[in-house]
Design a protein around this ligand. Structure first.
Ligand SMILES: NC(=O)C1=CN([C@@H]2O[C@H](COP(=O)(O)OP(=O)(O)OC[C@H]3O[C@@H](n4cnc5c(N)ncnc54)[C@H](OP(=O)(O)O)[C@@H]3O)[C@@H](O)[C@H]2O)[C@@H](O)CC1
Ligand SMILES: [K+]
Length: 551
């Protein structure tokens, strides 16, 4: 799991490293940061030897990193053209010290320093320099960026993007591309066509831990390949958990919690999953949720649909035990007692996909939520029906996982879509604080929030081919099956595992089909392959390791 920090958390981390108990000299961290960029980017630019490199150094510490980078590039045989956008006096002591060293190395041949003062001539010179170079280092702004890029930075960034678009210039961003908000992934110029956009980098070398903006869209599209270097930060600062924590899920997090099946297990051991959903014109949603659960290892699967929907479901998924409930084409309050009674034998109950938005289905739903005791997964129409029902839901929140996509989340929470998109982690946390449920906010990326810790877990996987009706229904079934999987310590853990497996299965389909036309059922069918891959990569427990290995 990788920590995802905000700019403020990064500042605190830097301050603690430098001025707290660890007392690391500020110039040392900057030195390590600059050196890290040169090292990590070397392969991406096919070696520095003989390269012409433009280094754009802003007036903050991101610019200071640029001075260090210039020095190391000289040692590796590059020619550097350093553009200094601040005044010498305005730099921090450590940046000024590194600039001083660079000034001592300046010459006409390999190390040109340009104290950039905008004029027609200066713009022209910069454009020509960018056009004749192979690499540009974006050390203009880092975590200190806010708002919309101002002159002269805005014009410099436009120029970099224009020249890079011709394909001859590689763009390496220092810490985060200039113009990307480190907290939210929002970018300069979004929603304002007149304003300058952010730098579009081929690679970003980020320091200490990931910044949230590198993973959240649209910032993610600007970051290229991201490499994180610890730059020698003390380990407790890199791994410590913060109150307002956010973390990026990794494969190892999931393989850790997906315990291997015991050889003497049976279907009863692997959870009895119930899916109570569907309506007459949406039987497919119920079937897809069922397939998601079955492909994720549900031991037994009960599918309960409205009576008139049942003929469309019976026999379509042979492993599911299907029965119609009531007499109509949607659930009504009168159907609740039957489901509540049956739920005593179920380990988990999922509701919502294709359920319809009838008023009496709302009554059904509330009755079932209030009178069952197993974990509940609520998706799609269940969420539409529960819009604004915070006070009703919160007392049951500890056993509820809600899985809205952005539009459902907007209806449910009452938050405008634009605000959610602007800072989806903050919106998700605020919601969980109030509703007390485990939240899976589906989107690119999907964010999971725990009601116990309010930590947010961001899933980096998945692809545009998954933007298709039915993908969410598959996930609903997967979340339900994993909620009762051995080894899941909480509903949040199960939700994280399901989301990660779902996207990894989607990525397998993407490898086969590309971004168009693979089906939700195919994603479900790829899940066992992902689980097998995880099992194969898991180190054997000590007792299962062979004592003698043959040479
Ligand atoms: N020990 C450490 O701390 C370490 C830090 N490190 C490095 O420091 C970086 C953070 O440095 P930082 O805090 O100095 O901020 P930084 O990103 O350089 O920018 C500040 C300048 O941006 C300007 N500015 C803001 N918005 C703007 C806009 N819209 N348009 C135009 N200008 C705008 C703002 O101007 P102002 O708005 O204040 O007038 C201010 O002058 C971090 O990303 C990492 O690279 C590493 O060396 C490791 C050790
Ligand atoms: K930068």
């Amino acid at each position: 799991m990788q920590k995802l920090n905000t700019a403020a958390q990064m500042r605190l981390m830097d301050q603690t490293a430098m001025h707290g108990q660890y007392a690391i000299a500020p110039a040392v961290l900057m030195e390590n940061a600059g050196h890290a960029v040169v090292t990590h980017a070397e392969t991406a630019v096919h070696g520095w030897q003989g390269k012409d490199v433009v280094i754009l150094c802003g007036k903050g510490n991101n610019g200071g990193d640029g001075f260090v980078i210039a020095r190391h590039l000289l040692n590796r045989g590059a020619r550097v053209y350093v553009y200094v956008l601040g005044t010498v006096e305005s730099y921090s002591p450590e940046a000024r010290a590194h600039l001083h060293t660079l000034q001592e190395l300046a010459d006409e041949e390999t190390c040109l320093i340009d104290y950039f003062a905008p004029s027609d001539k200066a713009w022209d010179r910069l454009y020509r320099r960018l056009s004749s170079s192979q690499v540009v280092i974006d050390a203009i702004l880092g975590t200190g960026f806010h708002g919309t890029l101002r002159m002269p930075v805005s014009r410099i960034v436009n120029m970099v993007n224009e020249v890079a678009a011709s394909g001859t210039l590689r763009v390496i961003a220092v810490d985060i591309p200039t113009g990307v908000n480190a907290d939210t992934g929002d970018v300069s110029g979004s929603g304002d066509e007149e304003a300058a956009g952010p730098v579009f980098a081929d690679m970003t070398v980020t320091f200490g831990v990931w910044k949230r903006g590198l993973l959240l869209y649209p910032g993610r599209t600007c970051s290229g390949v991201v490499v994180c270097d610890d730059i020698g930060m003390p380990r407790p600062l890199l791994t410590g958990r913060e109150d307002d924590g956010a973390y990026m899920l990794e494969e190892s997090d999931i393989s850790e919690v997906l315990a291997p099946r015991s050889p003497d297990s049976h279907k009863g051991t692997h959870g009895t999953v119930a899916i109570v959903t569907g309506s007459s014109d949406m039987a497919g949603a119920a079937l897809m949720a069922a397939r998601g659960a079955l492909r994720s290892g549900a031991g037994k699967l009960f599918l309960r649909v409205p009576a008139r929907t049942a003929p469309y479901c019976i026999g379509r998924q042979a492993e599911a035990m299907v029965r119609g409930v009531g007499t109509g084409d949607h659930f009504t309050a009168a159907d609740a007692a039957e489901i509540i009674e049956e739920s005593r034998n179920w380990s988990v109950l999922a509701m919502g996909p294709g359920m319809g938005k009838q008023e009496d289905t709302r009554m059904f739903l509330k009755e079932v939520i209030a009178h069952t005791s197993c974990p509940l997964v609520l998706d799609a129409d269940a969420l539409n029906l529960l819009a604004g029902e915070r006070d009703f839901i919160a007392p049951y929140g500890g056993r509820i996982i809600m899985t809205p996509h952005l539009a459902e989340f907007s209806r449910l929470s009452g938050l405008p879509l634009a605000d959610i998109k602007k800072d989806c982690i903050a919106a998700a946390k605020q919601f969980v604080r109030e509703w007390q449920v485990t939240l899976v906010l589906k989107g690119a990326p999907t964010v999971i929030v725990s009601p116990r810790t309010l930590h947010a877990y961001v899933n980096p996987g998945g692809n545009a081919g998954m933007a298709c009706g039915g993908m969410g229904d598959i996930l609903t079934g997967m979340v339900a099956a994993l909620a009762v999987h051995d080894g899941m310590t909480s509903l949040t853990t199960a939700a994280c595992a399901a989301v990660w497996l779902h996207s990894a299965a989607g990525d397998i389909c993407h490898d086969t089909y590309g971004s168009y036309g693979f089906l939700p059922m195919e994603v479900a069918d790829a899940v066992p392959r992902v689980i097998t891959r995880l099992e194969d990569s898991r180190p054997l427990p000590v007792l299962q390791r062979p004592l003698v290995t043959e040479a």
